[in-house]
Write a protein that binds this ligand. Structure first.
Ligand code: FRU
Length: 458
């Protein structure tokens, strides 16, 4: 699987669709997989929701998109791709074979199992006169005077952008203008996604008293918060950052019934294709992350409280005084790589390290604090800024499952790590504290229950 698609809450259930290849654990022949849940934690697989139509505008794939309710009917807007003559091609990635159009499908039943596609695209070509690098991943929302739609795009030498459309019925769309433009990163790349000349998966929504735009490019997700003028429909980003510093891409949000803005993200593989192809599965969905805007206008990320449903008994790390900065103590142990850790540490004059490791001490994730750089923390060699006062403790919140660690730092930074082990079953993961003990304010851990008995671990 890759991108999450069309998350929606409908008739008391959370539905989540996602890009999947039903034939092999490699990218290709994109379909929309479907899963349903009552709590965002326990999931049931449903049959494929969307498949390419032979000879249709999506014959080569049903790419990413969104789901909304229009006139009481759940409605999907997605990108269809098919082979096309050079003048109609919109994906200029070196292969230059595919044409992208925006498609619509409506639900035929309350369980969202059957979808009826509208045969003709609802947007058949990019804006006239525009030579785009790509044209995909529609994201609709409603305003007082109608529906709006953001489409990911870009232009060579000018940068990635998001194109803005308007409609009254989701079927007829009028192009307005770019919602926002980026800049190329200056790299020469055949694929415009590598040079910042194409933005994928735009996601645009109000958040607190700001608006938030997420987009994916150069293998990373950028968040921006800013001002959206509802009269001119121009978005001005004010603050920006990386949504995650590790393996995380193409996220997609939705509004939960209680008003929370929940984000799903694709956690890709970090091992060679031959290995994941042999494993028979590739890619996974992140935990649900709740987005908010802080006083400083910057993004805040927490993991949805529903995930606490999986917690076993709390274990608090306790050990006597340690006076040496290089002395190590185990704060948590997760059998079968399943667990949650909450650790707070004081940022004072002493260095400390927290290490996640497997059997034989092989290191899977390393967090280091250096008192000469008190506003930063180093994770796996990457320096992350904490954007917070020095008096605030370092707050780590980590979830371990199989071959992934999702780590949040002070609810400001995220770092998703993939790690792999040999053997057929998940190992025991240990978390060690190296530093003097007075700096370790608290450390709690929980075993997490698996949600199925055929859990994929490696
Ligand atoms: C992002 C992406 C989207 C596209 C989909 C195809 O990972 O490239 O832009 O719609 O994946 O699977």
């Amino acid at each position: 699987m890759n991108d999450p698609n069309g998350p929606i809450w409908w008739k008391g259930k959370y539905h989540l669709f996602y890009q999947m290849n039903p034939h092999a654990a490699v990218w290709g022949d994109m379909h929309w997989g479907h899963a349903v849940s009552v709590d965002m934690v326990h999931w049931k697989h449903e049959p494929i929701a969307l498949a390419p139509t032979h000879n249709g505008p999506d014959s080569e794939g049903c790419f990413s998109g969104s789901a909304v309710v229009f006139d009481g009917v759940p409605t999907i807007i997605y990108t269809g791709v098919k082979n096309a003559p050079p003048e109609l091609v919109t994906i200029h990635d070196g292969a230059d074979k595919l044409r992208e159009v925006q498609m619509l499908a409506t639900a035929e039943d309350e369980d969202l199992l059957h979808w009826k596609k509208r045969a003709a695209p609802v947007i058949a070509t990019p804006p006239s006169g525009m030579k785009v690098t790509g044209f995909r991943d529609p994201c609709p929302w409603k305003e007082d005077d109608g529906w709006y739609l953001a489409v990911g795009s870009g232009v060579r030498d000018q940068g990635g952008c998001v194109l803005l459309y308007r409609s009254q019925d989701l079927r007829h769309w009028e192009y307005l203008h770019p919602l926002v433009w980026g800049k190329p990163n200056g790299k020469q790349a055949v694929n415009p996604c590598d040079s910042g000349e194409m933005w994928e998966c735009p996601d645009f929504f109000p958040l607190g008293d700001k608006y938030c735009l997420l987009y994916s490019t150069e293998g990373q997700v950028i968040w921006t918060t800013g001002h959206y003028d509802r009269k001119t429909h121009v978005y001005t980003p004010e603050q920006r950052g990386l949504l995650d510093h590790g393996a995380y891409y193409a996220p997609k949000s939705f509004l939960a019934p209680d008003g929370r803005r929940i984000l799903w993200g694709w956690i890709p593989e970090r091992r060679p294709e031959a290995e994941y192809s042999a494993a028979g599965w590739a890619g996974l969905m992140s935990l649900p992350r709740v987005l908010a805007v802080g006083q400083d206008g910057r993004l805040r990320i927490t993991v949805a409280k529903e995930v606490e449903l999986l917690r076993g008994k709390e274990r608090r790390a306790q050990f006597g005084p340690i006076h040496k900065a290089d002395q190590e103590s185990i704060v948590a142990e997760f059998v079968s790589c399943r667990g949650e850790l909450k650790l707070n540490a004081r940022r004072t004059g002493d260095p400390f390290e927290i290490q996640f490791s497997g059997e034989g001490g092989v290191s899977w994730l390393e967090i280091k604090f250096d008192p000469s750089r008190r506003t930063q923390v180093m994770i796996d060699g990457q320096m992350l800024s904490l954007d917070s006062g020095e008096e605030e403790e370092l707050q780590l919140h980590a979830f371990v499952d199989g071959s992934v660690i999702e780590l949040l730092v002070n609810n400001r930074q995220a770092f998703t790590k993939r790690f792999y082990y040999s053997g057929t079953s998940a190992q025991t993961l240990r978390i060690a504290w190296r530093g003097i003990s007075v700096d370790l304010v608290s450390s709690s851990s929980w075993e997490l229950a698996p949600i199925s008995n055929d859990r994929l671990t490696r």
